[in-house]
Design a protein around this ligand. Sequence first.
Ligand code: XMP
Length: 319
Amino acid sequence: DWTMGAYREEAVAKIREQVGDAKVICALSGGVDSSVAAALIHEAVGDQLTCVFVDHGLLRLNEAEEVVGMFRDHMNLHVIHAEEQELFLGELDGVSDPETKRKIIGKLFIDVFQKYADGIEGARFLAQGTLYPDVIESVSFSGGPSVTIKSHHNVGGLPEKMGLKLVEPLRELFKDEVRALGHELGLPASFIGRHPFPGPGLAIRCPGEITREKLEILRKADAVYIDQIRKHGLYDEIWQAFVAILPVRTVGVMGDGRTYDYACALRAVTSVDGMTADYYPFDHDFLGETATRIINEVKGINRVTYDVTSKPPGTIEWE
Ligand code: XMP
């Protein structure tokens, strides 16, 4: 694709011009956006880039190991695995309001980056994989006040005191263009094809209070669900799929006993850019089989529902 090839060269030149010989610290979330941003910046400034993968304790099953392994082994990037689970989960303890969760996580992200940036001499820039839809969901309506639909879409408000400037080489791109650019840069297809994953991670898939118990149940259920989707060859047809653990326990029967466990909701949508979405029309055999597997394999869940809300009026995430 000559257009993407030209974009790549232009972007590399712009990054070099912006960064000079300073060091760049990259906010790696593990998603395709930050992966492509990191690959692009690495191409532009090589070893001047250090990636920090913040493990906030809200990641999916085995995700930290997979992401850190992939960046170190396949891309030869310098990656710091910041194990900050205790910090994030501690601050989120007892918090149930969605925007408060985002604000806490966003603030801690910045604190953590500050901490690691301080350890890298000459670090002047912070790279982020912000996309065009993230930018336009935060614009002001003409004549009216600034409206942010959801705070901390990776966008906006890095405090001046942080002393780092932003490098956002994907700001003009939609998701499909980012994937094309990733392909152009030689990233593995399996990584480019990954569903988007939000910065606040499992926090916004755990409506209400976040507990370690709920997170553990959620991780297991999500892994079974994604395994089912892959086994049925549906992964690439879906924009995003995940499980949300509901803040309610319901009664069930299993064997001779009564159970009183969490209910969960399966979510799967098709979309072009995440701004609008349709729920994915699974057939009932798939849904039934998946529900049976989750209830049999995941202790703590005894009821599975399927979310048939499109966006709008729903959002893709539950919070
Ligand atoms: P919604 O739920 O607003 O999500 O329909 C649209 C897309 O954005 C992702 N998302 C987020 N990403 N920080 C992020 O980095 C956030 O706070 C956030 N909230 C939603 C969501 O996963 C979907 O891809």
